[in-house]
Design a protein around this ligand. Structure first.
Ligand code: G6P
Length: 612
Protein backbone atom coordinates (compact mmCIF):
# COMPACT_ATOMS: atom_id res chain seq x y z
CA UNK A 1 0.00 0.00 0.00
CA UNK A 2 1.09 3.63 -0.36
CA UNK A 3 4.35 4.76 1.18
CA UNK A 4 5.47 8.11 2.60
CA UNK A 5 8.97 9.51 3.19
CA UNK A 6 9.73 13.12 4.11
CA UNK A 7 13.04 14.80 4.99
CA UNK A 8 14.07 18.16 6.39
CA UNK A 9 17.68 18.82 7.36
CA UNK A 10 21.12 19.61 5.99
CA UNK A 11 21.70 16.93 3.31
CA UNK A 12 20.45 16.67 -0.24
CA UNK A 13 17.04 15.17 0.43
CA UNK A 14 16.61 13.44 -2.93
CA UNK A 15 18.82 10.35 -2.36
CA UNK A 16 17.39 10.00 1.17
CA UNK A 17 13.83 10.09 -0.14
CA UNK A 18 14.44 7.81 -3.13
CA UNK A 19 16.21 5.22 -0.98
CA UNK A 20 13.37 5.43 1.55
CA UNK A 21 10.83 4.88 -1.26
CA UNK A 22 12.83 1.85 -2.46
CA UNK A 23 12.65 0.43 1.04
CA UNK A 24 8.88 0.83 0.89
CA UNK A 25 8.49 -0.80 -2.53
CA UNK A 26 7.56 -4.10 -0.91
CA UNK A 27 4.34 -2.61 0.38
CA UNK A 28 2.99 -2.55 -3.19
CA UNK A 29 2.53 0.51 -5.44
CA UNK A 30 1.89 1.54 -8.99
CA UNK A 31 3.34 5.06 -9.24
CA UNK A 32 5.81 7.27 -7.41
CA UNK A 33 6.58 10.94 -6.98
CA UNK A 34 8.78 13.45 -5.20
CA UNK A 35 8.51 17.13 -4.25
CA UNK A 36 11.42 19.29 -3.15
CA UNK A 37 11.62 22.84 -1.88
CA UNK A 38 14.16 24.93 -3.74
CA UNK A 39 14.54 28.59 -4.68
CA UNK A 40 11.30 29.62 -2.99
CA UNK A 41 9.22 27.11 -4.96
CA UNK A 42 8.12 23.50 -4.80
CA UNK A 43 9.24 21.27 -7.65
CA UNK A 44 7.37 18.06 -8.29
CA UNK A 45 8.28 15.05 -10.40
CA UNK A 46 5.95 12.04 -10.51
CA UNK A 47 5.09 9.16 -12.78
CA UNK A 48 3.37 5.81 -13.12
CA UNK A 49 5.71 2.86 -12.69
CA UNK A 50 8.67 2.08 -10.52
CA UNK A 51 10.74 4.21 -8.16
CA UNK A 52 13.69 3.45 -10.44
CA UNK A 53 11.80 5.12 -13.34
CA UNK A 54 11.17 8.16 -11.18
CA UNK A 55 14.83 8.29 -10.12
CA UNK A 56 15.92 8.00 -13.77
CA UNK A 57 13.67 10.90 -14.75
CA UNK A 58 15.20 13.38 -12.30
CA UNK A 59 17.84 15.63 -13.78
CA UNK A 60 19.90 18.15 -11.86
CA UNK A 61 17.43 20.95 -12.55
CA UNK A 62 14.78 22.36 -10.23
CA UNK A 63 16.95 21.87 -7.16
CA UNK A 64 16.87 18.12 -7.35
CA UNK A 65 20.62 18.04 -6.67
CA UNK A 66 20.70 20.55 -3.85
CA UNK A 67 17.36 20.64 -1.98
CA UNK A 68 17.47 19.79 1.71
CA UNK A 69 13.71 19.65 2.23
CA UNK A 70 11.33 17.36 0.40
CA UNK A 71 9.02 14.39 0.41
CA UNK A 72 8.23 11.35 -1.70
CA UNK A 73 5.39 8.92 -2.16
CA UNK A 74 4.58 5.54 -3.63
CA UNK A 75 0.92 5.22 -4.59
CA UNK A 76 -1.36 2.16 -4.63
CA UNK A 77 -4.38 3.34 -6.60
CA UNK A 78 -7.78 3.56 -4.93
CA UNK A 79 -9.48 6.58 -6.58
CA UNK A 80 -8.38 7.22 -10.14
CA UNK A 81 -6.23 5.04 -12.34
CA UNK A 82 -2.48 4.71 -11.80
CA UNK A 83 -1.08 7.34 -14.17
CA UNK A 84 1.31 10.30 -13.98
CA UNK A 85 -1.40 12.84 -13.14
CA UNK A 86 -2.91 10.84 -10.29
CA UNK A 87 0.50 10.06 -8.74
CA UNK A 88 1.39 12.07 -5.60
CA UNK A 89 2.49 14.70 -4.59
CA UNK A 90 -0.54 16.82 -5.46
CA UNK A 91 -0.61 20.58 -5.51
CA UNK A 92 -3.31 23.05 -4.53
CA UNK A 93 -4.82 25.68 -6.85
CA UNK A 94 -1.95 28.13 -6.25
CA UNK A 95 0.81 25.58 -6.73
CA UNK A 96 2.32 26.77 -3.43
CA UNK A 97 1.20 23.75 -1.37
CA UNK A 98 2.12 20.10 -1.97
CA UNK A 99 0.58 17.07 -0.30
CA UNK A 100 1.21 13.34 -0.13
CA UNK A 101 -1.45 11.07 1.31
CA UNK A 102 -2.04 7.46 2.33
CA UNK A 103 -5.65 6.41 2.94
CA UNK A 104 -9.03 7.40 1.54
CA UNK A 105 -10.99 10.64 1.89
CA UNK A 106 -14.54 9.30 1.99
CA UNK A 107 -16.39 12.60 1.56
CA UNK A 108 -14.06 13.83 -1.19
CA UNK A 109 -16.92 14.04 -3.65
CA UNK A 110 -18.90 16.63 -1.67
CA UNK A 111 -15.74 18.62 -0.92
CA UNK A 112 -14.86 18.52 -4.63
CA UNK A 113 -18.31 19.80 -5.60
CA UNK A 114 -18.00 22.67 -3.13
CA UNK A 115 -14.53 23.58 -4.42
CA UNK A 116 -15.66 23.34 -8.06
CA UNK A 117 -18.35 25.88 -7.26
CA UNK A 118 -15.62 28.14 -5.89
CA UNK A 119 -13.77 27.88 -9.21
CA UNK A 120 -11.20 25.16 -8.47
CA UNK A 121 -10.02 23.10 -11.43
CA UNK A 122 -8.93 19.49 -10.89
CA UNK A 123 -6.52 17.73 -13.20
CA UNK A 124 -6.99 14.14 -12.08
CA UNK A 125 -9.49 11.86 -10.35
CA UNK A 126 -8.02 11.41 -6.91
CA UNK A 127 -9.39 12.18 -3.48
CA UNK A 128 -5.90 13.45 -2.58
CA UNK A 129 -5.93 16.27 -5.10
CA UNK A 130 -9.23 17.42 -3.57
CA UNK A 131 -7.63 17.46 -0.10
CA UNK A 132 -4.64 19.44 -1.43
CA UNK A 133 -7.01 22.05 -2.85
CA UNK A 134 -9.00 22.18 0.38
CA UNK A 135 -5.87 22.76 2.47
CA UNK A 136 -4.68 25.36 -0.04
CA UNK A 137 -8.00 27.20 0.09
CA UNK A 138 -7.93 27.37 3.90
CA UNK A 139 -4.24 28.38 3.82
CA UNK A 140 -5.14 31.38 1.66
CA UNK A 141 -7.38 32.59 4.47
CA UNK A 142 -5.39 31.70 7.61
CA UNK A 143 -1.80 32.01 6.39
CA UNK A 144 -0.47 29.22 8.65
CA UNK A 145 0.17 25.77 7.23
CA UNK A 146 -0.44 24.02 10.53
CA UNK A 147 -3.72 25.84 11.04
CA UNK A 148 -4.77 25.20 7.43
CA UNK A 149 -4.14 21.48 7.77
CA UNK A 150 -5.93 21.37 11.10
CA UNK A 151 -9.03 23.21 9.88
CA UNK A 152 -9.17 21.33 6.57
CA UNK A 153 -8.93 17.96 8.28
CA UNK A 154 -11.81 18.82 10.56
CA UNK A 155 -13.98 18.79 7.40
CA UNK A 156 -12.72 15.41 6.27
CA UNK A 157 -14.20 11.92 6.77
CA UNK A 158 -12.02 8.92 6.09
CA UNK A 159 -8.50 7.83 6.77
CA UNK A 160 -5.21 9.54 6.16
CA UNK A 161 -1.54 9.76 6.83
CA UNK A 162 -0.45 13.00 5.17
CA UNK A 163 2.57 15.25 4.81
CA UNK A 164 2.18 18.80 3.56
CA UNK A 165 4.74 21.42 2.60
CA UNK A 166 4.41 25.04 1.56
CA UNK A 167 6.60 26.99 -0.87
CA UNK A 168 6.29 30.00 1.42
CA UNK A 169 8.10 28.48 4.37
CA UNK A 170 10.93 25.97 4.02
CA UNK A 171 11.39 25.72 7.78
CA UNK A 172 8.84 23.00 8.42
CA UNK A 173 6.48 20.37 7.10
CA UNK A 174 3.18 19.33 8.63
CA UNK A 175 2.15 15.69 9.07
CA UNK A 176 -1.15 14.29 10.31
CA UNK A 177 -2.57 10.88 10.90
CA UNK A 178 -5.93 9.19 11.16
CA UNK A 179 -5.96 5.47 10.50
CA UNK A 180 -2.82 5.33 8.39
CA UNK A 181 0.51 4.91 10.19
CA UNK A 182 3.14 7.65 10.36
CA UNK A 183 6.28 8.01 12.38
CA UNK A 184 8.78 10.81 12.86
CA UNK A 185 12.47 9.90 12.67
CA UNK A 186 14.67 12.03 14.92
CA UNK A 187 18.23 12.85 13.78
CA UNK A 188 20.94 15.43 14.50
CA UNK A 189 19.84 18.61 12.76
CA UNK A 190 17.54 16.55 10.53
CA UNK A 191 14.13 14.94 10.87
CA UNK A 192 12.26 12.37 8.83
CA UNK A 193 8.66 11.35 8.48
CA UNK A 194 7.67 7.95 7.11
CA UNK A 195 4.85 5.47 6.95
CA UNK A 196 7.15 2.61 7.90
CA UNK A 197 10.35 2.38 9.94
CA UNK A 198 12.22 0.61 7.14
CA UNK A 199 12.33 3.93 5.25
CA UNK A 200 14.36 5.68 7.97
CA UNK A 201 16.35 2.94 9.72
CA UNK A 202 19.46 3.71 7.67
CA UNK A 203 19.55 7.20 9.15
CA UNK A 204 18.11 6.99 12.64
CA UNK A 205 16.92 4.50 15.24
CA UNK A 206 14.96 7.11 17.17
CA UNK A 207 11.32 7.46 16.26
CA UNK A 208 8.06 8.82 17.60
CA UNK A 209 4.82 7.24 16.37
CA UNK A 210 1.97 9.61 15.64
CA UNK A 211 -1.37 8.61 17.16
CA UNK A 212 -4.70 8.85 15.39
CA UNK A 213 -5.97 12.43 15.42
CA UNK A 214 -2.52 13.97 15.87
CA UNK A 215 -0.86 16.68 13.80
CA UNK A 216 2.90 17.29 13.86
CA UNK A 217 4.96 20.28 12.83
CA UNK A 218 8.40 18.97 11.89
CA UNK A 219 11.52 21.11 11.48
CA UNK A 220 15.17 20.19 10.97
CA UNK A 221 15.77 20.51 14.72
CA UNK A 222 12.65 19.09 16.29
CA UNK A 223 8.95 18.54 16.18
CA UNK A 224 5.82 19.33 18.14
CA UNK A 225 2.50 17.55 18.13
CA UNK A 226 -1.07 18.47 18.92
CA UNK A 227 -4.57 17.13 18.47
CA UNK A 228 -6.84 18.22 15.70
CA UNK A 229 -8.49 20.49 18.32
CA UNK A 230 -5.08 22.12 18.84
CA UNK A 231 -4.33 20.71 22.27
CA UNK A 232 -0.60 19.95 22.64
CA UNK A 233 0.40 16.30 23.06
CA UNK A 234 3.54 14.67 24.49
CA UNK A 235 5.45 12.10 22.43
CA UNK A 236 7.90 9.51 23.62
CA UNK A 237 10.87 8.99 21.30
CA UNK A 238 11.42 5.23 21.10
CA UNK A 239 14.39 3.21 19.94
CA UNK A 240 13.72 1.00 16.91
CA UNK A 241 14.34 -2.68 17.47
CA UNK A 242 15.26 -3.29 13.85
CA UNK A 243 18.50 -4.05 12.04
CA UNK A 244 19.25 -2.94 8.49
CA UNK A 245 20.24 -6.53 7.61
CA UNK A 246 16.70 -7.64 8.46
CA UNK A 247 15.30 -5.59 5.61
CA UNK A 248 17.89 -6.61 3.04
CA UNK A 249 17.92 -9.76 0.89
CA UNK A 250 21.09 -11.19 2.41
CA UNK A 251 22.21 -13.19 -0.64
CA UNK A 252 18.79 -14.62 -1.52
CA UNK A 253 17.22 -13.90 -4.90
CA UNK A 254 14.01 -12.69 -3.28
CA UNK A 255 12.78 -11.60 0.13
CA UNK A 256 10.17 -14.32 -0.04
CA UNK A 257 12.80 -17.06 -0.35
CA UNK A 258 14.87 -15.51 2.43
CA UNK A 259 11.82 -15.39 4.67
CA UNK A 260 10.86 -18.99 3.88
CA UNK A 261 14.35 -20.06 4.93
CA UNK A 262 14.24 -17.94 8.08
CA UNK A 263 11.40 -20.00 9.50
CA UNK A 264 13.39 -22.35 11.73
CA UNK A 265 14.73 -19.31 13.57
CA UNK A 266 11.54 -17.21 13.45
CA UNK A 267 9.51 -20.10 14.89
CA UNK A 268 12.14 -20.47 17.60
CA UNK A 269 11.93 -16.73 18.30
CA UNK A 270 8.15 -16.98 18.65
CA UNK A 271 8.52 -19.48 21.49
CA UNK A 272 11.73 -18.15 23.05
CA UNK A 273 11.39 -17.56 26.79
CA UNK A 274 7.73 -18.52 26.62
CA UNK A 275 7.63 -22.29 26.23
CA UNK A 276 8.42 -24.10 29.49
CA UNK A 277 9.04 -27.65 28.31
CA UNK A 278 9.74 -29.16 31.74
CA UNK A 279 6.61 -27.67 33.21
CA UNK A 280 4.60 -28.58 30.13
CA UNK A 281 3.36 -25.02 30.13
CA UNK A 282 3.66 -21.57 28.57
CA UNK A 283 4.26 -18.08 29.98
CA UNK A 284 2.95 -15.15 27.99
CA UNK A 285 3.53 -11.79 29.66
CA UNK A 286 1.09 -9.94 27.40
CA UNK A 287 -1.83 -12.13 28.50
CA UNK A 288 -1.24 -12.40 32.25
CA UNK A 289 -3.47 -9.49 33.14
CA UNK A 290 -6.35 -10.85 31.06
CA UNK A 291 -6.06 -14.51 32.10
CA UNK A 292 -9.21 -14.27 34.23
CA UNK A 293 -11.20 -12.99 31.27
CA UNK A 294 -9.68 -15.59 28.94
CA UNK A 295 -10.59 -18.42 31.29
CA UNK A 296 -14.14 -17.24 31.85
CA UNK A 297 -14.72 -16.49 28.15
CA UNK A 298 -17.96 -17.89 26.79
CA UNK A 299 -16.25 -18.23 23.45
CA UNK A 300 -13.31 -16.97 21.47
CA UNK A 301 -13.66 -15.13 18.18
CA UNK A 302 -10.65 -14.92 15.89
CA UNK A 303 -10.75 -12.31 13.19
CA UNK A 304 -8.18 -11.40 10.54
CA UNK A 305 -7.60 -11.01 6.79
CA UNK A 306 -5.74 -12.97 4.12
CA UNK A 307 -3.03 -15.29 5.35
CA UNK A 308 -3.65 -14.22 8.93
CA UNK A 309 -7.27 -15.38 8.53
CA UNK A 310 -5.95 -18.79 7.48
CA UNK A 311 -3.87 -18.82 10.66
CA UNK A 312 -7.13 -18.10 12.51
CA UNK A 313 -8.79 -21.11 10.88
CA UNK A 314 -6.00 -23.39 12.10
CA UNK A 315 -6.19 -21.74 15.54
CA UNK A 316 -9.85 -22.67 15.73
CA UNK A 317 -8.87 -26.34 15.59
CA UNK A 318 -6.20 -25.87 18.25
CA UNK A 319 -8.41 -23.90 20.64
CA UNK A 320 -11.43 -26.16 20.26
CA UNK A 321 -9.72 -29.53 20.10
CA UNK A 322 -6.90 -29.00 22.58
CA UNK A 323 -8.18 -26.33 24.98
CA UNK A 324 -11.88 -27.18 24.40
CA UNK A 325 -12.90 -23.53 24.03
CA UNK A 326 -15.72 -22.77 21.55
CA UNK A 327 -14.13 -20.69 18.80
CA UNK A 328 -15.40 -18.84 15.76
CA UNK A 329 -13.33 -17.39 12.96
CA UNK A 330 -14.47 -14.47 10.90
CA UNK A 331 -13.11 -12.39 8.06
CA UNK A 332 -12.37 -9.01 9.63
CA UNK A 333 -13.76 -7.31 6.52
CA UNK A 334 -17.16 -8.92 7.15
CA UNK A 335 -17.21 -8.78 10.94
CA UNK A 336 -18.23 -5.18 11.41
CA UNK A 337 -20.92 -5.11 8.77
CA UNK A 338 -23.14 -7.81 10.17
CA UNK A 339 -23.65 -6.17 13.53
CA UNK A 340 -21.96 -9.10 15.26
CA UNK A 341 -23.34 -10.60 18.44
CA UNK A 342 -20.39 -9.81 20.66
CA UNK A 343 -20.63 -9.25 24.39
CA UNK A 344 -18.46 -8.69 27.42
CA UNK A 345 -17.91 -12.40 27.98
CA UNK A 346 -16.25 -12.82 24.60
CA UNK A 347 -12.56 -12.70 23.85
CA UNK A 348 -11.63 -11.56 20.36
CA UNK A 349 -8.19 -12.32 18.93
CA UNK A 350 -7.01 -10.09 16.09
CA UNK A 351 -4.27 -11.74 14.06
CA UNK A 352 -2.25 -9.38 11.91
CA UNK A 353 1.30 -9.37 10.61
CA UNK A 354 1.40 -5.60 10.07
CA UNK A 355 -0.90 -4.61 12.90
CA UNK A 356 -2.25 -1.94 10.53
CA UNK A 357 -4.78 -3.74 8.31
CA UNK A 358 -7.77 -1.39 8.16
CA UNK A 359 -10.42 -4.13 8.22
CA UNK A 360 -8.81 -5.89 11.19
CA UNK A 361 -8.44 -2.62 13.05
CA UNK A 362 -12.10 -1.82 12.40
CA UNK A 363 -13.07 -5.25 13.75
CA UNK A 364 -10.99 -4.58 16.87
CA UNK A 365 -12.75 -1.28 17.47
CA UNK A 366 -16.17 -2.83 16.86
CA UNK A 367 -15.53 -5.66 19.34
CA UNK A 368 -14.03 -3.27 21.88
CA UNK A 369 -17.02 -0.95 21.65
CA UNK A 370 -19.25 -3.92 22.47
CA UNK A 371 -17.29 -4.62 25.65
CA UNK A 372 -15.33 -7.69 24.53
CA UNK A 373 -11.73 -8.28 25.52
CA UNK A 374 -9.62 -7.70 22.41
CA UNK A 375 -6.19 -9.30 22.08
CA UNK A 376 -3.63 -8.89 19.32
CA UNK A 377 -1.39 -11.52 17.78
CA UNK A 378 0.78 -9.11 15.88
CA UNK A 379 4.22 -8.94 14.31
CA UNK A 380 4.99 -5.22 14.05
CA UNK A 381 5.85 -3.86 17.47
CA UNK A 382 4.07 -0.62 18.30
CA UNK A 383 1.57 -0.99 15.44
CA UNK A 384 -1.95 0.35 15.85
CA UNK A 385 -3.60 -3.01 16.58
CA UNK A 386 -0.91 -3.80 19.14
CA UNK A 387 -1.49 -0.46 20.83
CA UNK A 388 -5.28 -0.51 20.82
CA UNK A 389 -5.69 -4.10 22.03
CA UNK A 390 -6.20 -4.87 25.73
CA UNK A 391 -3.27 -7.27 25.56
CA UNK A 392 -1.69 -9.76 23.25
CA UNK A 393 1.36 -11.57 22.05
CA UNK A 394 3.97 -10.39 19.57
CA UNK A 395 5.02 -13.10 17.15
CA UNK A 396 8.59 -11.70 16.82
CA UNK A 397 9.06 -12.84 13.21
CA UNK A 398 11.11 -9.73 12.32
CA UNK A 399 10.24 -7.54 9.33
CA UNK A 400 8.36 -9.43 6.63
CA UNK A 401 9.09 -7.76 3.30
CA UNK A 402 7.87 -10.38 0.78
CA UNK A 403 4.30 -9.48 -0.14
CA UNK A 404 3.30 -13.15 0.05
CA UNK A 405 3.29 -13.82 3.78
CA UNK A 406 5.31 -16.88 4.84
CA UNK A 407 7.24 -16.61 8.08
CA UNK A 408 4.52 -14.53 9.71
CA UNK A 409 2.04 -17.37 9.09
CA UNK A 410 4.13 -20.05 10.81
CA UNK A 411 4.93 -17.69 13.69
CA UNK A 412 1.24 -16.84 14.08
CA UNK A 413 0.49 -20.56 14.28
CA UNK A 414 3.28 -21.09 16.77
CA UNK A 415 1.95 -18.33 19.00
CA UNK A 416 -1.60 -19.69 18.72
CA UNK A 417 -0.22 -23.13 19.72
CA UNK A 418 1.41 -21.51 22.77
CA UNK A 419 -1.78 -19.70 23.73
CA UNK A 420 -3.72 -22.94 23.31
CA UNK A 421 -1.34 -24.93 25.50
CA UNK A 422 -1.40 -22.26 28.19
CA UNK A 423 -5.20 -22.19 28.23
CA UNK A 424 -5.47 -25.98 28.11
CA UNK A 425 -3.21 -26.29 31.15
CA UNK A 426 -5.15 -23.62 33.02
CA UNK A 427 -8.34 -25.53 32.22
CA UNK A 428 -7.12 -28.80 33.62
CA UNK A 429 -4.75 -30.49 31.17
CA UNK A 430 -2.23 -32.58 33.12
CA UNK A 431 1.41 -31.61 33.35
CA UNK A 432 2.38 -34.84 31.57
CA UNK A 433 0.12 -34.14 28.62
CA UNK A 434 1.35 -30.55 28.60
CA UNK A 435 4.94 -31.78 28.43
CA UNK A 436 4.15 -33.95 25.41
CA UNK A 437 2.70 -30.96 23.55
CA UNK A 438 5.46 -28.62 24.69
CA UNK A 439 8.11 -31.04 23.43
CA UNK A 440 6.34 -31.23 20.09
CA UNK A 441 6.24 -27.45 19.79
CA UNK A 442 9.93 -27.23 20.74
CA UNK A 443 10.86 -29.72 17.99
CA UNK A 444 9.14 -27.77 15.21
CA UNK A 445 12.10 -25.54 14.14
CA UNK A 446 14.30 -28.57 13.52
CA UNK A 447 11.57 -30.28 11.52
CA UNK A 448 11.02 -27.16 9.43
CA UNK A 449 14.75 -27.13 8.71
CA UNK A 450 14.53 -30.74 7.56
CA UNK A 451 11.82 -29.80 5.04
CA UNK A 452 13.83 -26.81 3.82
CA UNK A 453 16.83 -29.08 3.26
CA UNK A 454 14.70 -30.85 0.64
CA UNK A 455 13.89 -27.61 -1.27
CA UNK A 456 15.61 -28.81 -4.45
CA UNK A 457 13.11 -31.62 -4.85
CA UNK A 458 10.24 -29.10 -4.57
CA UNK A 459 11.98 -26.94 -7.18
CA UNK A 460 12.12 -29.92 -9.57
CA UNK A 461 8.40 -30.55 -9.11
CA UNK A 462 7.67 -26.84 -9.59
CA UNK A 463 9.35 -26.89 -13.01
CA UNK A 464 7.11 -29.76 -14.03
CA UNK A 465 4.00 -27.64 -13.35
CA UNK A 466 5.02 -24.10 -14.27
CA UNK A 467 2.85 -24.28 -17.41
CA UNK A 468 -0.36 -25.25 -15.57
CA UNK A 469 -3.17 -22.68 -15.61
CA UNK A 470 -5.18 -24.11 -12.70
CA UNK A 471 -4.38 -25.89 -9.46
CA UNK A 472 -6.53 -27.57 -6.85
CA UNK A 473 -5.34 -27.85 -3.24
CA UNK A 474 -7.02 -30.35 -0.93
CA UNK A 475 -6.76 -30.98 2.80
CA UNK A 476 -8.99 -32.04 5.65
CA UNK A 477 -9.39 -30.92 9.27
CA UNK A 478 -6.72 -28.42 10.28
CA UNK A 479 -5.03 -29.04 6.93
CA UNK A 480 -7.98 -27.57 5.05
CA UNK A 481 -6.72 -24.05 5.95
CA UNK A 482 -3.28 -25.23 4.76
CA UNK A 483 -4.86 -26.04 1.39
CA UNK A 484 -6.41 -22.54 1.33
CA UNK A 485 -3.09 -20.93 2.21
CA UNK A 486 -1.17 -23.02 -0.35
CA UNK A 487 -3.62 -21.95 -3.06
CA UNK A 488 -3.43 -18.31 -1.97
CA UNK A 489 0.38 -18.34 -2.13
CA UNK A 490 0.30 -19.66 -5.70
CA UNK A 491 -2.33 -17.14 -6.86
CA UNK A 492 -0.59 -14.19 -5.27
CA UNK A 493 2.80 -14.57 -6.89
CA UNK A 494 2.35 -16.69 -10.03
CA UNK A 495 -1.13 -15.49 -11.13
CA UNK A 496 -2.12 -19.11 -11.70
CA UNK A 497 -5.68 -19.79 -10.67
CA UNK A 498 -5.76 -22.04 -7.62
CA UNK A 499 -8.51 -23.17 -5.27
CA UNK A 500 -8.26 -24.67 -1.82
CA UNK A 501 -10.97 -27.14 -0.88
CA UNK A 502 -11.79 -29.56 1.93
CA UNK A 503 -10.77 -32.87 0.32
CA UNK A 504 -14.13 -34.55 0.83
CA UNK A 505 -16.07 -31.55 -0.46
CA UNK A 506 -14.32 -31.84 -3.82
CA UNK A 507 -16.85 -34.36 -5.06
CA UNK A 508 -19.61 -31.76 -4.66
CA UNK A 509 -18.30 -29.56 -7.46
CA UNK A 510 -14.61 -29.05 -8.17
CA UNK A 511 -14.30 -32.68 -9.25
CA UNK A 512 -15.80 -31.49 -12.54
CA UNK A 513 -12.52 -29.66 -13.21
CA UNK A 514 -10.30 -32.67 -12.92
CA UNK A 515 -8.68 -34.12 -16.00
CA UNK A 516 -5.16 -35.11 -16.99
CA UNK A 517 -4.07 -31.44 -17.04
CA UNK A 518 -5.16 -30.60 -13.50
CA UNK A 519 -2.46 -30.64 -10.79
CA UNK A 520 -4.00 -31.54 -7.44
CA UNK A 521 -1.94 -30.87 -4.32
CA UNK A 522 -3.14 -33.04 -1.44
CA UNK A 523 -2.05 -32.58 2.18
CA UNK A 524 -2.26 -36.09 3.57
CA UNK A 525 -0.50 -36.59 6.92
CA UNK A 526 -0.85 -39.91 8.76
CA UNK A 527 -3.55 -38.77 11.14
CA UNK A 528 -6.99 -40.01 12.14
CA UNK A 529 -8.50 -39.15 8.75
CA UNK A 530 -5.60 -40.41 6.64
CA UNK A 531 -7.61 -43.25 5.08
CA UNK A 532 -10.42 -40.87 4.19
CA UNK A 533 -8.01 -38.58 2.35
CA UNK A 534 -6.59 -41.59 0.51
CA UNK A 535 -10.12 -42.24 -0.77
CA UNK A 536 -10.28 -38.65 -2.00
CA UNK A 537 -6.95 -39.19 -3.76
CA UNK A 538 -8.40 -42.24 -5.47
CA UNK A 539 -11.27 -40.10 -6.73
CA UNK A 540 -8.75 -37.73 -8.32
CA UNK A 541 -6.73 -40.62 -9.77
CA UNK A 542 -9.82 -42.12 -11.35
CA UNK A 543 -10.18 -38.87 -13.33
CA UNK A 544 -6.49 -38.75 -14.25
CA UNK A 545 -5.65 -35.69 -12.11
CA UNK A 546 -1.93 -35.23 -11.42
CA UNK A 547 -1.34 -35.69 -7.71
CA UNK A 548 1.34 -33.97 -5.66
CA UNK A 549 1.11 -35.32 -2.12
CA UNK A 550 2.45 -33.69 1.04
CA UNK A 551 2.91 -36.79 3.17
CA UNK A 552 4.82 -38.06 6.20
CA UNK A 553 8.25 -39.61 5.89
CA UNK A 554 7.12 -43.06 6.99
CA UNK A 555 4.15 -43.25 4.60
CA UNK A 556 4.87 -45.98 2.04
CA UNK A 557 1.34 -46.37 0.83
CA UNK A 558 1.24 -42.91 -0.76
CA UNK A 559 4.19 -43.68 -3.06
CA UNK A 560 2.10 -45.73 -5.43
CA UNK A 561 -0.82 -43.31 -5.41
CA UNK A 562 0.72 -39.93 -6.09
CA UNK A 563 2.82 -38.84 -9.07
CA UNK A 564 5.01 -36.74 -6.75
CA UNK A 565 5.45 -36.99 -2.99
CA UNK A 566 6.99 -34.28 -0.83
CA UNK A 567 7.93 -35.61 2.59
CA UNK A 568 7.41 -33.86 5.91
CA UNK A 569 8.28 -35.12 9.40
CA UNK A 570 5.49 -36.22 11.70
CA UNK A 571 4.23 -34.03 14.49
CA UNK A 572 1.20 -33.78 16.77
CA UNK A 573 -1.84 -33.44 14.48
CA UNK A 574 -2.94 -29.87 15.17
CA UNK A 575 0.62 -28.56 14.87
CA UNK A 576 0.95 -30.26 11.46
CA UNK A 577 -0.03 -27.13 9.49
CA UNK A 578 3.19 -25.43 10.68
CA UNK A 579 5.15 -28.09 8.79
CA UNK A 580 2.80 -28.87 5.91
CA UNK A 581 2.68 -25.29 4.66
CA UNK A 582 6.46 -25.11 4.14
CA UNK A 583 6.60 -27.22 0.94
CA UNK A 584 3.58 -25.31 -0.40
CA UNK A 585 5.37 -21.99 0.14
CA UNK A 586 8.40 -23.38 -1.71
CA UNK A 587 6.24 -24.82 -4.49
CA UNK A 588 4.52 -21.51 -5.18
CA UNK A 589 7.83 -19.63 -4.98
CA UNK A 590 9.58 -21.88 -7.51
CA UNK A 591 6.58 -21.96 -9.84
CA UNK A 592 6.41 -18.15 -9.77
CA UNK A 593 10.14 -17.88 -10.50
CA UNK A 594 9.73 -20.33 -13.38
CA UNK A 595 6.81 -18.22 -14.66
CA UNK A 596 9.03 -15.14 -14.51
CA UNK A 597 6.82 -13.03 -12.24
CA UNK A 598 8.21 -10.44 -9.86
CA UNK A 599 7.90 -12.51 -6.69
CA UNK A 600 8.57 -9.72 -4.20
CA UNK A 601 6.31 -7.21 -5.90
CA UNK A 602 3.40 -9.11 -7.41
CA UNK A 603 0.94 -7.09 -9.46
CA UNK A 604 -1.98 -5.35 -7.75
CA UNK A 605 -1.12 -6.59 -4.25
CA UNK A 606 -0.13 -4.56 -1.23
CA UNK A 607 1.76 -5.84 1.78
CA UNK A 608 -0.22 -3.89 4.27
CA UNK A 609 -3.77 -2.90 3.33
CA UNK A 610 -4.56 0.26 5.24
CA UNK A 611 -7.77 1.07 3.39
CA UNK A 612 -11.11 -0.71 3.72
C1 G6P B 1 -2.65 -8.16 2.59
C2 G6P B 1 -1.39 -8.98 2.32
C3 G6P B 1 -1.58 -10.40 2.81
C4 G6P B 1 -1.97 -10.39 4.29
C5 G6P B 1 -3.22 -9.54 4.54
C6 G6P B 1 -3.46 -9.33 6.02
O1 G6P B 1 -3.66 -8.58 1.76
O2 G6P B 1 -1.08 -8.98 0.94
O3 G6P B 1 -0.37 -11.12 2.67
O4 G6P B 1 -2.19 -11.69 4.72
O5 G6P B 1 -3.05 -8.25 3.96
O6 G6P B 1 -2.40 -8.58 6.53
P1 G6P B 1 -2.01 -8.50 8.06
O7 G6P B 1 -0.86 -7.54 8.09
O8 G6P B 1 -3.20 -7.99 8.80
O9 G6P B 1 -1.63 -9.88 8.50
Amino acid sequence: MCGIVGYIGHRNCVPVILEGLRRLEYRGYDSAGIAVHSGGAIHVQKRAGKVADLAGSLDGGNGFLTATFGMGHTRWATHGEPNDVNAHPHGDASGRIALIHNGIIENYSSIRTKLLREGHVFRGGTDTEVLAHLIGAVYEKVGSLHEAVRLALSEVDGTYGIVVMSADDPSHMVAARRGSPLLIGVGQGEHFVASDASAVIEHTRHVAYLSDGEIAVITADGFRTSTIDDVGTEKVVEELNLELAQIERGGYDHFMLKEIHEQPSTIRDAMRGRLLVDEGNVKLGGLQHVMGRLLSARRVIVTACGTSWHAGLVAEYMLEQIARIPTEVEYASEFRYRNPLVNIDDVVFLISQSGETADTLAALREAKSKGATVLGVVNVVGSTIAREAHGGVYIHAGPEIGVASTKAFTSQLTVMALITLMLARARGMSREDGQILAREIASLPEKVQQILDGADEVKRIAHEFAGARNFLYLGRGSNFPVALEGALKLKEISYIHAEGYPAAEMKHGPIALIDERMPVVVVVPKDAIYEKVLSNIQEVRARKGRIIAIANEDDDEITGLAEFVIRVPRTYGFFGPILNIIPLQLLSYYIAVACGTNVDQPRNLAKSVTVE
